[in-house]
Design a protein around this ligand. Structure first.
Ligand SMILES: NC(=O)C1=CN([C@@H]2O[C@H](COP(=O)(O)OP(=O)(O)OC[C@H]3O[C@@H](n4cnc5c(N)ncnc54)[C@H](OP(=O)(O)O)[C@@H]3O)[C@@H](O)[C@H]2O)C=CC1
Ligand SMILES: N[C@@H](CC=O)C(=O)O
Ligand code: NA
Length: 372
Protein backbone atom coordinates (compact mmCIF):
# COMPACT_ATOMS: atom_id res chain seq x y z
CA UNK A 1 0.00 0.00 0.00
CA UNK A 2 1.39 3.43 -0.92
CA UNK A 3 1.92 6.21 1.63
CA UNK A 4 -0.87 8.16 -0.09
CA UNK A 5 -3.25 5.20 0.31
CA UNK A 6 -2.39 4.76 4.00
CA UNK A 7 -2.78 8.49 4.61
CA UNK A 8 -6.07 8.80 2.76
CA UNK A 9 -7.53 5.96 4.86
CA UNK A 10 -6.32 7.65 8.09
CA UNK A 11 -7.40 10.84 9.85
CA UNK A 12 -8.28 13.77 7.60
CA UNK A 13 -6.27 16.20 9.68
CA UNK A 14 -3.34 15.70 12.04
CA UNK A 15 -2.19 18.81 13.92
CA UNK A 16 1.55 18.99 14.54
CA UNK A 17 3.35 21.33 16.95
CA UNK A 18 7.08 21.52 16.25
CA UNK A 19 9.45 22.55 19.03
CA UNK A 20 13.10 23.05 18.01
CA UNK A 21 14.07 24.22 14.55
CA UNK A 22 17.80 23.42 14.41
CA UNK A 23 19.41 20.95 12.01
CA UNK A 24 16.88 18.14 12.44
CA UNK A 25 13.89 20.43 13.09
CA UNK A 26 14.43 22.43 9.90
CA UNK A 27 14.75 19.32 7.77
CA UNK A 28 11.67 17.79 9.42
CA UNK A 29 9.58 20.91 8.72
CA UNK A 30 10.62 20.79 5.06
CA UNK A 31 9.75 17.07 4.81
CA UNK A 32 6.36 17.81 6.39
CA UNK A 33 5.56 20.77 4.14
CA UNK A 34 6.62 18.79 1.05
CA UNK A 35 4.54 15.72 1.98
CA UNK A 36 2.65 14.35 -1.07
CA UNK A 37 -0.99 15.39 -1.55
CA UNK A 38 -3.35 14.79 0.17
CA UNK A 39 -1.19 16.19 2.98
CA UNK A 40 -3.07 15.53 6.24
CA UNK A 41 -0.54 17.39 8.38
CA UNK A 42 -1.27 20.90 9.66
CA UNK A 43 1.64 22.59 11.41
CA UNK A 44 -0.11 24.50 14.19
CA UNK A 45 2.96 25.59 16.14
CA UNK A 46 6.60 26.39 15.40
CA UNK A 47 8.81 27.17 18.40
CA UNK A 48 12.48 28.09 18.51
CA UNK A 49 14.18 28.95 21.78
CA UNK A 50 13.33 32.61 21.11
CA UNK A 51 9.99 32.90 19.28
CA UNK A 52 6.73 31.02 18.62
CA UNK A 53 4.13 30.92 15.85
CA UNK A 54 0.76 29.35 16.65
CA UNK A 55 -2.50 28.98 14.69
CA UNK A 56 -5.02 26.27 15.71
CA UNK A 57 -6.14 25.64 12.11
CA UNK A 58 -2.61 25.50 10.71
CA UNK A 59 0.09 28.08 10.01
CA UNK A 60 0.16 29.73 6.62
CA UNK A 61 3.78 28.87 5.81
CA UNK A 62 5.83 27.42 2.94
CA UNK A 63 9.28 25.81 2.81
CA UNK A 64 10.64 29.20 1.74
CA UNK A 65 8.80 31.38 4.23
CA UNK A 66 8.67 29.65 7.62
CA UNK A 67 12.13 30.68 8.89
CA UNK A 68 11.49 34.35 8.31
CA UNK A 69 7.95 34.19 9.72
CA UNK A 70 9.24 32.51 12.88
CA UNK A 71 12.14 34.93 13.29
CA UNK A 72 9.73 37.88 13.02
CA UNK A 73 7.08 36.42 15.37
CA UNK A 74 6.26 38.50 18.43
CA UNK A 75 5.14 35.57 20.66
CA UNK A 76 7.75 34.12 23.05
CA UNK A 77 7.93 30.35 23.76
CA UNK A 78 5.39 29.52 26.47
CA UNK A 79 4.93 25.84 27.31
CA UNK A 80 1.97 26.15 29.73
CA UNK A 81 0.15 28.05 26.93
CA UNK A 82 1.16 25.41 24.37
CA UNK A 83 -0.06 22.59 26.61
CA UNK A 84 -3.47 24.24 27.09
CA UNK A 85 -3.81 25.07 23.38
CA UNK A 86 -2.85 21.60 22.13
CA UNK A 87 -4.99 19.81 24.72
CA UNK A 88 -8.00 21.86 23.57
CA UNK A 89 -7.42 20.78 19.95
CA UNK A 90 -7.55 17.01 20.65
CA UNK A 91 -10.78 15.60 19.12
CA UNK A 92 -11.84 12.09 18.10
CA UNK A 93 -10.30 11.34 14.68
CA UNK A 94 -8.19 14.53 14.74
CA UNK A 95 -4.94 13.69 16.53
CA UNK A 96 -2.55 16.33 17.86
CA UNK A 97 1.19 15.66 18.02
CA UNK A 98 4.05 17.40 19.80
CA UNK A 99 7.31 16.92 17.88
CA UNK A 100 10.27 17.80 20.08
CA UNK A 101 13.37 18.39 17.94
CA UNK A 102 15.41 19.92 20.77
CA UNK A 103 17.91 18.25 23.10
CA UNK A 104 16.31 20.06 26.02
CA UNK A 105 15.80 18.39 29.42
CA UNK A 106 13.13 20.98 30.23
CA UNK A 107 11.01 20.09 27.19
CA UNK A 108 11.54 16.36 27.85
CA UNK A 109 10.25 16.73 31.41
CA UNK A 110 6.90 17.97 30.04
CA UNK A 111 6.09 14.83 28.01
CA UNK A 112 3.92 13.27 30.76
CA UNK A 113 1.72 16.36 30.84
CA UNK A 114 1.28 16.47 27.06
CA UNK A 115 0.57 12.73 26.94
CA UNK A 116 -1.91 12.90 29.81
CA UNK A 117 -3.79 15.58 27.84
CA UNK A 118 -4.09 13.23 24.86
CA UNK A 119 -1.29 14.84 22.80
CA UNK A 120 1.02 12.31 21.10
CA UNK A 121 4.77 12.90 21.50
CA UNK A 122 7.34 12.13 18.79
CA UNK A 123 11.00 12.98 19.23
CA UNK A 124 14.65 12.31 18.39
CA UNK A 125 15.54 13.81 21.83
CA UNK A 126 17.11 11.10 24.00
CA UNK A 127 16.82 12.96 27.30
CA UNK A 128 13.43 11.80 28.63
CA UNK A 129 13.89 8.11 27.87
CA UNK A 130 17.43 7.83 29.20
CA UNK A 131 17.06 9.81 32.42
CA UNK A 132 15.91 8.45 35.79
CA UNK A 133 13.40 5.59 35.72
CA UNK A 134 10.69 7.67 37.44
CA UNK A 135 10.40 10.03 34.43
CA UNK A 136 10.23 7.09 32.04
CA UNK A 137 7.54 5.43 34.15
CA UNK A 138 5.46 8.58 34.26
CA UNK A 139 5.71 8.83 30.46
CA UNK A 140 4.51 5.24 30.10
CA UNK A 141 1.67 5.64 32.58
CA UNK A 142 0.49 8.95 31.07
CA UNK A 143 0.47 7.31 27.63
CA UNK A 144 -1.50 4.30 28.91
CA UNK A 145 -4.00 6.51 30.73
CA UNK A 146 -4.90 8.70 27.75
CA UNK A 147 -4.06 6.42 24.82
CA UNK A 148 -1.71 9.08 23.40
CA UNK A 149 1.47 7.49 22.05
CA UNK A 150 5.12 8.35 22.45
CA UNK A 151 7.40 7.36 19.57
CA UNK A 152 11.17 7.83 19.61
CA UNK A 153 12.68 5.82 16.74
CA UNK A 154 15.19 8.55 15.88
CA UNK A 155 16.74 8.52 19.36
CA UNK A 156 18.77 5.41 18.47
CA UNK A 157 20.50 5.15 15.09
CA UNK A 158 18.61 8.18 13.70
CA UNK A 159 16.32 6.88 10.89
CA UNK A 160 17.55 3.27 11.09
CA UNK A 161 14.76 0.91 12.24
CA UNK A 162 16.35 -0.10 15.54
CA UNK A 163 13.70 0.62 18.17
CA UNK A 164 10.88 -0.64 15.92
CA UNK A 165 12.86 -3.83 15.21
CA UNK A 166 13.44 -4.43 18.91
CA UNK A 167 9.79 -3.75 19.76
CA UNK A 168 8.67 -6.15 17.02
CA UNK A 169 11.00 -8.88 18.29
CA UNK A 170 9.67 -8.48 21.84
CA UNK A 171 6.01 -8.15 20.81
CA UNK A 172 6.10 -11.28 18.65
CA UNK A 173 7.51 -13.33 21.51
CA UNK A 174 11.12 -13.73 20.37
CA UNK A 175 13.64 -13.94 23.19
CA UNK A 176 16.23 -11.18 22.89
CA UNK A 177 19.52 -12.57 24.21
CA UNK A 178 22.01 -9.84 23.40
CA UNK A 179 22.23 -6.57 21.51
CA UNK A 180 25.65 -5.42 20.41
CA UNK A 181 26.46 -2.44 18.25
CA UNK A 182 28.28 0.70 17.31
CA UNK A 183 25.72 3.30 18.36
CA UNK A 184 27.55 6.59 18.04
CA UNK A 185 28.04 8.11 14.61
CA UNK A 186 30.87 10.23 15.97
CA UNK A 187 32.71 7.37 17.68
CA UNK A 188 32.13 5.23 14.60
CA UNK A 189 33.85 7.78 12.34
CA UNK A 190 36.74 8.29 14.78
CA UNK A 191 37.59 4.59 15.15
CA UNK A 192 36.88 3.65 11.51
CA UNK A 193 39.60 6.18 10.62
CA UNK A 194 41.93 5.62 13.56
CA UNK A 195 42.05 1.85 13.91
CA UNK A 196 42.16 -0.18 10.70
CA UNK A 197 44.16 -3.19 11.88
CA UNK A 198 47.54 -1.56 11.14
CA UNK A 199 49.96 -0.73 13.98
CA UNK A 200 50.44 2.85 12.73
CA UNK A 201 48.16 5.48 11.21
CA UNK A 202 46.89 8.98 11.87
CA UNK A 203 47.08 10.27 15.43
CA UNK A 204 43.95 10.06 17.58
CA UNK A 205 43.89 13.83 18.12
CA UNK A 206 44.09 14.53 14.37
CA UNK A 207 41.16 12.19 13.66
CA UNK A 208 39.05 13.84 16.38
CA UNK A 209 39.97 17.26 14.95
CA UNK A 210 38.84 16.23 11.43
CA UNK A 211 35.65 14.67 12.85
CA UNK A 212 34.90 18.02 14.48
CA UNK A 213 35.64 19.95 11.28
CA UNK A 214 33.28 17.65 9.35
CA UNK A 215 30.52 18.45 11.88
CA UNK A 216 30.33 14.87 13.24
CA UNK A 217 31.18 15.73 16.84
CA UNK A 218 29.27 17.85 19.30
CA UNK A 219 30.72 21.38 19.53
CA UNK A 220 32.65 20.10 22.56
CA UNK A 221 34.15 16.73 21.49
CA UNK A 222 34.27 15.57 25.12
CA UNK A 223 30.46 15.23 24.91
CA UNK A 224 30.99 12.39 22.42
CA UNK A 225 34.21 10.94 23.84
CA UNK A 226 32.77 10.54 27.34
CA UNK A 227 30.51 7.72 26.09
CA UNK A 228 27.32 9.25 27.56
CA UNK A 229 25.55 9.37 24.18
CA UNK A 230 26.04 5.60 23.79
CA UNK A 231 24.97 5.01 27.41
CA UNK A 232 21.77 6.96 26.73
CA UNK A 233 21.01 4.84 23.64
CA UNK A 234 21.63 1.62 25.59
CA UNK A 235 19.25 2.84 28.30
CA UNK A 236 16.53 3.53 25.72
CA UNK A 237 16.89 0.04 24.21
CA UNK A 238 17.08 -1.71 27.60
CA UNK A 239 13.77 -0.18 28.60
CA UNK A 240 12.11 -1.86 25.60
CA UNK A 241 13.10 -5.28 27.03
CA UNK A 242 10.65 -6.28 29.79
CA UNK A 243 13.21 -8.02 32.03
CA UNK A 244 15.56 -5.01 31.89
CA UNK A 245 12.97 -2.27 32.06
CA UNK A 246 13.64 -1.38 35.69
CA UNK A 247 17.32 -2.23 35.75
CA UNK A 248 18.71 1.29 35.26
CA UNK A 249 17.19 3.40 38.06
CA UNK A 250 19.40 6.40 37.27
CA UNK A 251 19.10 5.94 33.53
CA UNK A 252 22.27 6.37 31.48
CA UNK A 253 24.22 7.14 34.63
CA UNK A 254 23.60 3.55 35.76
CA UNK A 255 25.26 2.18 32.58
CA UNK A 256 28.85 1.02 32.97
CA UNK A 257 30.52 3.52 30.63
CA UNK A 258 34.12 3.95 29.57
CA UNK A 259 35.02 7.59 29.05
CA UNK A 260 37.78 8.28 26.54
CA UNK A 261 38.29 11.78 27.92
CA UNK A 262 41.72 11.85 29.59
CA UNK A 263 41.37 12.72 33.28
CA UNK A 264 43.56 15.80 32.84
CA UNK A 265 41.14 17.17 30.20
CA UNK A 266 37.95 16.67 32.19
CA UNK A 267 36.16 19.93 32.88
CA UNK A 268 37.88 21.88 30.09
CA UNK A 269 35.38 24.56 29.13
CA UNK A 270 35.79 24.93 25.39
CA UNK A 271 36.01 22.48 22.52
CA UNK A 272 38.88 24.51 21.04
CA UNK A 273 41.03 24.13 24.14
CA UNK A 274 40.14 20.44 24.36
CA UNK A 275 41.28 19.87 20.75
CA UNK A 276 44.47 21.88 21.34
CA UNK A 277 45.45 19.69 24.32
CA UNK A 278 44.37 16.29 23.01
CA UNK A 279 47.75 15.62 21.20
CA UNK A 280 49.34 15.29 24.68
CA UNK A 281 47.55 11.93 24.93
CA UNK A 282 48.24 10.55 21.44
CA UNK A 283 50.87 8.07 22.73
CA UNK A 284 48.26 6.43 24.97
CA UNK A 285 45.85 5.88 22.05
CA UNK A 286 48.70 4.85 19.69
CA UNK A 287 49.71 2.11 22.10
CA UNK A 288 46.14 0.76 22.34
CA UNK A 289 45.90 0.73 18.53
CA UNK A 290 49.26 -1.04 18.14
CA UNK A 291 48.43 -3.62 20.83
CA UNK A 292 45.13 -4.41 19.09
CA UNK A 293 46.80 -4.63 15.65
CA UNK A 294 49.39 -7.12 16.98
CA UNK A 295 46.44 -9.40 17.79
CA UNK A 296 44.88 -8.76 14.35
CA UNK A 297 42.16 -6.69 15.96
CA UNK A 298 40.69 -3.20 15.65
CA UNK A 299 39.33 -0.85 18.30
CA UNK A 300 35.63 0.07 18.22
CA UNK A 301 33.53 1.94 20.76
CA UNK A 302 30.65 -0.46 21.22
CA UNK A 303 27.55 -0.88 23.32
CA UNK A 304 26.44 -4.24 24.68
CA UNK A 305 23.22 -5.32 26.34
CA UNK A 306 23.53 -8.88 27.64
CA UNK A 307 20.04 -9.77 28.73
CA UNK A 308 20.74 -12.94 30.75
CA UNK A 309 23.48 -11.40 32.89
CA UNK A 310 21.88 -7.95 32.91
CA UNK A 311 25.20 -6.44 31.78
CA UNK A 312 24.74 -3.11 30.01
CA UNK A 313 27.98 -1.39 29.05
CA UNK A 314 29.54 1.12 26.69
CA UNK A 315 33.23 0.47 26.23
CA UNK A 316 36.19 0.55 23.87
CA UNK A 317 36.44 -3.03 22.68
CA UNK A 318 38.74 -5.04 20.39
CA UNK A 319 37.25 -6.93 17.44
CA UNK A 320 38.98 -9.22 14.89
CA UNK A 321 39.76 -7.51 11.57
CA UNK A 322 37.26 -9.89 9.96
CA UNK A 323 34.38 -8.84 12.26
CA UNK A 324 31.56 -6.77 10.69
CA UNK A 325 32.44 -3.88 13.06
CA UNK A 326 35.82 -3.80 11.26
CA UNK A 327 34.78 -4.61 7.70
CA UNK A 328 31.28 -3.20 7.21
CA UNK A 329 31.46 0.29 8.68
CA UNK A 330 32.31 3.53 6.91
CA UNK A 331 31.84 7.20 7.70
CA UNK A 332 29.54 7.69 10.67
CA UNK A 333 27.67 4.39 10.20
CA UNK A 334 25.90 2.67 13.05
CA UNK A 335 25.54 -1.10 13.18
CA UNK A 336 23.34 -3.04 15.57
CA UNK A 337 23.24 -6.83 15.95
CA UNK A 338 20.24 -8.45 17.60
CA UNK A 339 21.00 -11.95 18.93
CA UNK A 340 17.72 -13.72 19.64
CA UNK A 341 16.38 -17.22 20.14
CA UNK A 342 14.74 -17.20 16.69
CA UNK A 343 17.70 -15.75 14.81
CA UNK A 344 20.14 -18.19 16.46
CA UNK A 345 23.86 -17.79 15.90
CA UNK A 346 23.48 -15.42 12.92
CA UNK A 347 22.09 -12.17 14.30
CA UNK A 348 19.58 -9.81 12.75
CA UNK A 349 21.71 -6.83 11.66
CA UNK A 350 20.69 -3.22 11.03
CA UNK A 351 23.33 -0.94 9.54
CA UNK A 352 23.67 2.47 7.90
CA UNK A 353 24.07 6.17 8.56
CA UNK A 354 23.33 6.77 12.23
CA UNK A 355 23.46 10.57 12.28
CA UNK A 356 22.70 13.52 10.04
CA UNK A 357 19.73 15.82 9.58
CA UNK A 358 18.09 14.09 6.60
CA UNK A 359 18.09 10.56 8.03
CA UNK A 360 17.15 11.71 11.53
CA UNK A 361 14.21 13.78 10.26
CA UNK A 362 13.14 10.73 8.22
CA UNK A 363 13.05 8.71 11.48
CA UNK A 364 10.81 11.37 13.04
CA UNK A 365 8.61 11.47 9.93
CA UNK A 366 8.27 7.67 9.90
CA UNK A 367 7.02 7.81 13.51
CA UNK A 368 4.44 10.38 12.47
CA UNK A 369 3.24 8.06 9.71
CA UNK A 370 2.83 5.27 12.29
CA UNK A 371 0.15 7.41 13.95
CA UNK A 372 -1.64 7.75 10.63
N1 LIG B 1 21.86 15.65 14.36
C1 LIG B 1 21.80 14.32 14.37
O1 LIG B 1 22.45 13.63 13.57
C2 LIG B 1 20.94 13.62 15.36
C3 LIG B 1 20.26 14.34 16.34
N2 LIG B 1 19.45 13.68 17.22
C4 LIG B 1 18.76 14.46 18.23
O2 LIG B 1 17.87 15.37 17.59
C5 LIG B 1 17.72 16.52 18.41
C6 LIG B 1 18.00 17.77 17.56
O3 LIG B 1 19.33 17.68 17.10
P1 LIG B 1 19.95 18.81 16.15
O4 LIG B 1 18.87 19.35 15.27
O5 LIG B 1 21.16 18.23 15.57
O6 LIG B 1 20.37 19.92 17.23
P2 LIG B 1 20.41 21.50 17.03
O7 LIG B 1 21.24 22.02 18.17
O8 LIG B 1 20.78 21.85 15.64
O9 LIG B 1 18.90 21.94 17.24
C7 LIG B 1 18.25 21.95 18.48
C8 LIG B 1 17.34 23.15 18.49
O10 LIG B 1 16.53 23.12 19.66
C9 LIG B 1 16.32 24.47 20.04
N3 LIG B 1 15.89 24.52 21.44
C10 LIG B 1 16.57 24.21 22.54
N4 LIG B 1 15.82 24.39 23.64
C11 LIG B 1 14.62 24.82 23.20
C12 LIG B 1 13.41 25.19 23.84
N5 LIG B 1 13.28 25.12 25.16
N6 LIG B 1 12.37 25.57 23.08
C13 LIG B 1 12.48 25.63 21.75
N7 LIG B 1 13.61 25.31 21.07
C14 LIG B 1 14.66 24.92 21.79
C15 LIG B 1 17.65 25.13 19.82
O11 LIG B 1 17.47 26.49 19.64
P3 LIG B 1 18.71 27.50 19.94
O12 LIG B 1 19.72 27.19 18.91
O13 LIG B 1 18.07 28.82 19.76
O14 LIG B 1 19.15 27.19 21.33
C16 LIG B 1 18.12 24.46 18.53
O15 LIG B 1 17.77 25.20 17.38
C17 LIG B 1 18.67 16.34 19.60
O16 LIG B 1 17.95 15.83 20.69
C18 LIG B 1 19.68 15.31 19.07
O17 LIG B 1 20.27 14.55 20.10
C19 LIG B 1 19.24 12.33 17.16
C20 LIG B 1 19.86 11.58 16.20
C21 LIG B 1 20.82 12.15 15.28
N1 LIG C 1 25.99 12.56 18.39
C1 LIG C 1 25.17 11.46 17.95
C2 LIG C 1 24.11 11.93 16.98
C3 LIG C 1 22.86 11.19 17.15
O1 LIG C 1 22.36 10.82 18.19
C4 LIG C 1 26.05 10.39 17.29
O2 LIG C 1 27.23 10.64 17.16
O3 LIG C 1 25.55 9.32 16.96
NA1 NA D 1 16.32 4.66 14.75
Amino acid sequence: MSVQAIVSSGPKVMRVAVVGVGLVGSEFINQLLNFPTPNPFRIVTLTSSKTTLHAPDGLNITPDSWKQSLAQASLRPDFPFLLRELAALVKPGEPVVLVDNTSSNAVAALYPQFLRSGVHVITPNKKAFSAELSLYESIVSASLASGAKFLNEATVGAGLPIISTLKDLVATGDQVLKIEGVFSGTMSYIFNEFSTGQEGGPSFSSVVKVAREKGYTEPHPADDLNGADVARKLTILSRCIPSLRSSLPDGYQSVSTKSLVPQELEGIDTGDEFIARLPEFDDHFNKMRADAAKENQVLRFAGVIDVASGTIKADLEKYPVTHPFATALGGSDNIVMFYTARYGARPLVVQGAGAGAAVTAMGVMSDLLKLV
